[in-house]
Design a protein around this ligand. Structure first.
Ligand code: GDD
Ligand code: MG
Length: 362
């Protein structure tokens, strides 16, 4: 038996309005809920039992996965009435673990797409005698993450969550959001209150001389917490830049799920996915984008690095770049949305009456 805890209780604030009705881990990435990719990878690494630590929109997880048999996993659901933070959630989920005090337990953030060798992290942990092993990666701009400098032997020297001053940026090594805890270390986290594993548990263990082991792994890694990262993660999966046992089609320029309709005169590229019930009309160009179930892209529209929400529509001739169109929103024909815009769920934008394609002569 090998157990894991998956942290999936966050509100996904940076992904609004996509996360208004769907929790971040259940958003469709490359055609299937993001969590399916993570669970399938965990199962492939020998994990047999997963405790899902839920809070925001908690009931939707069990509706999606039931007992987990389809994924070859035993799934257990735990819900926090009020979010307990990452450490509090791990402690709360531990009530449902079966591992003994000395056994390794994997813990995953629920929004990370990575090529990490999970089994190697777990086996290395066993051999090392560490209290916690942390997967680390290197990023060009570490400010949005937990900074984790290590010594020449891989021993963690400090844990600095979301540094605020330039002096704090002492390394490009960051916490990649996957850990192996020795079970007894989880049981020592205070129960029944909010705890941040990054701001309280790890710094506390280091202060008391604990052995935290950092393992730098530079395979594919992405936190899907922002719209740009979400779209990139989906496109990278579709194009095969990162493998997933859960990909619902062949790797290539696009995946069109059964039940979607794409006109022969439409062009899909860059790792686009078109989900079931969605329609892409004649002449539309959809590049590196996510078209969610039931969405409609009108004739000759251009959609680039964007997400079009469930049952949303982008009218004919629209130009939509790096945008998020919320569920059921309707963008009338010939709108050119400013890049980076987010349209709230259900909003209706009127058609632009005239499309100005060339300056009017004086
Ligand atoms: N159950 C539960 N309860 N889960 C939670 C809670 C909570 O109160 N708060 C957050 N989570 C879950 C989120 O759903 C997500 O899967 C994970 O914990 C991390 O939360 P994020 O909100 O995505 O954190 P972050 O991306 O800002 O930072 C974390 O991840 C970085 C790597 O991507 C930290 O762990 C950083 O240190 C790390 O570098
Ligand atoms: Mg995150």
């Amino acid at each position: 038996m090998s157990e894991a805890i998956l942290l999936v209780g966050g509100k996904g604030t940076r992904l609004r309005p996509l996360t208004t009705f769907t929790p971040k881990p259940l958003l469709r990435v490359a055609g299937v809920p993001f969590l399916t990719h993570q669970l399938a990878r965990a199962a492939a690494a020998g994990v047999t039992r997963v405790v899902l630590a839920t809070s925001y929109l908690a009931e939707l997880f069990e509706q999606e996965y039931g007992d987990g048999a389809q994924l070859g996993l035993e799934l257990v659901y735990v819900t926090e009435a009020e979010p307990l933070g990452t450490g509090g959630a791990i402690r709360n989920a531990a009530r449902h673990l079966r591992s003994g005090p000395g056994e390794p337990v994997l813990v995953f953030n629920g929004d990370i797409l990575s090529g990490l060798d999970i089994a190697a992290l777990r086996e290395g942990h066993r051999a090392s005698g560490a209290e916690v092993s942390l997967h680390l990666t290197r990023v060009p701009d570490p400010r949005a993450f937990g900074l984790v400098p290590t010594d020449a032997h891989g021993r963690v020297e400090a844990f600095l969550e979301k540094p605020e001053t330039p002096e704090e940026i002492i390394t490009d090594q960051i916490n990649a959001g996957c850990y192996v805890f020795t079970r007894s270390v989880i049981d020592a986290i205070p129960a029944g209150r909010e705890v941040s594993v990054e701001r309280e548990t790890f710094p506390g263990l280091l202060r008391s001389g604990g052995f935290l082991r950092g393992v730098v792994d530079e395979s594919y890694w992405l936190d899907l917490g922002t719209p740009a990262a979400f779209v990139k993660g989906s496109a990278d999966l579709v194009r095969g830049l990162i493998d997933s046992p859960a990909l619902p089609g062949a790797v290539g320029e696009a995946i069109v799920l059964p039940g979607a309709q794409v006109d022969e005169q439409a062009r899909l590229s860059g790792g686009t996915v078109v989900c079931e019930g969605a329609v892409v009309e004649r002449g539309a160009v959809v590049e590196a984008s996510v078209v969610l179930p039931g969405a409609r892209i009108g004739p000759d529209a251009l959609v680039h690095r964007s997400v079009v929400g469930r049952q949303a529509s982008v009218g004919g001739g629209c130009v939509v770049r790096e945008a998020v169109v919320g569920d059921t929103a309707q963008v009338g024909p010939y709108n050119e949305l400013p890049p980076g815009v987010r349209i709230a769920c259900g909003v209706q934008l009127p058609a632009q009456a005239v499309r100005v394609s060339a300056p009017v002569a004086a």
